[in-house]
Design a protein around this ligand. Sequence first.
Ligand code: NAI
Length: 308
Amino acid sequence: MFARSAIRTLAAPSSRLFSSSSARHTKVAVLGAGGGIGQPLSLLLKTDPLVTSLSLYDIRGAPGVAADVSHIDTASEVNGYAADHLDDALQGVEVVVIPAGVPRKPGMTRDDLFNTNASIVRDLAAAVARVAPTACILVISNPVNSTVPIVAATLEKAGVFNPKRVFGVTTLDVTPPVTVVGGHSGATIVPLLSSSNGKSVSGEAYEKLVHRIQFGGDEVVKAKDGAGSATLSMAYAGAKGVTTPTFVKSPLFADQGIDFFSSNVELGPEGVEKIHPLGELSAQETKLLEACLPELKKNIEKGKAFVA
Ligand code: NAI
């Protein structure tokens, strides 16, 4: 998963290689650790040799998850924090992963979650700004197209925003070997099949594949019939090395007023090292991008306006 690859990169500042002998200590906090994503994500982080300390926070259930996960026989220490101990959970943390908030029910769009999740994410980001202002923040809570601008604006307000260190987790949209750019919901998800060995797909098969990638998350929400979203695949999502599509503050479409965008991003010890351009697009992809941009712009502006 992206979180894991980011942590690995950050934990090995002198080399890009994954190495369990790194002397560096990496303290990671999961905010929303008691949830459908938070629990398996905490389990996976506990098995990562480069995570030396794990802080699990939730408004309910985190100490229990911490006690459970602590029985996994790896070297890292785990601490669970209940509702009024958010600041304690964030002490000395270098990577913060945020899956806190409500997930979709069948028939809901990610934007339908805005009213609930915007304030949850804003309040968590304000605490990170106060206690761990230099931490990398990985936002899973939806709608990612808006929650990432909310985190950025909250950090900006506190005077600690570093665009290299705030990421929206879009890894779930990536269906190897397809690069996926844009945002993280419906039409804002733009798969680049022409540069991903997808050249042979055309006509109805192309339309179907694009739809499957744009609405893959809905399939899981529907199949779970109200009992959860894509929690297990989200928590796993597969480590892919240090270049991965992620939703970050990006110059690619800034001239059109869209200053957050997901494209392939090279990660390094400081966070974002290089934002890759989209490369050549087919006529179909240009059309998908045209549909993405206005919707994405609205989602971003909604997030910014919420904090302003
Ligand atoms: P869930 O309801 O199972 O878990 C959410 C957890 O957040 C709960 O344990 C809840 O107590 C906790 N929480 C609520 N308010 C909190 C607060 N103020 N501080 C700390 N914790 C708080 O939901 P699930 O399925 O784990 O999804 C979490 C979020 O991730 C949702 O917004 C969902 O839409 C999103 N998601 C994102 C994906 C992505 O690809 N970026 C994929 C799937 C889901």
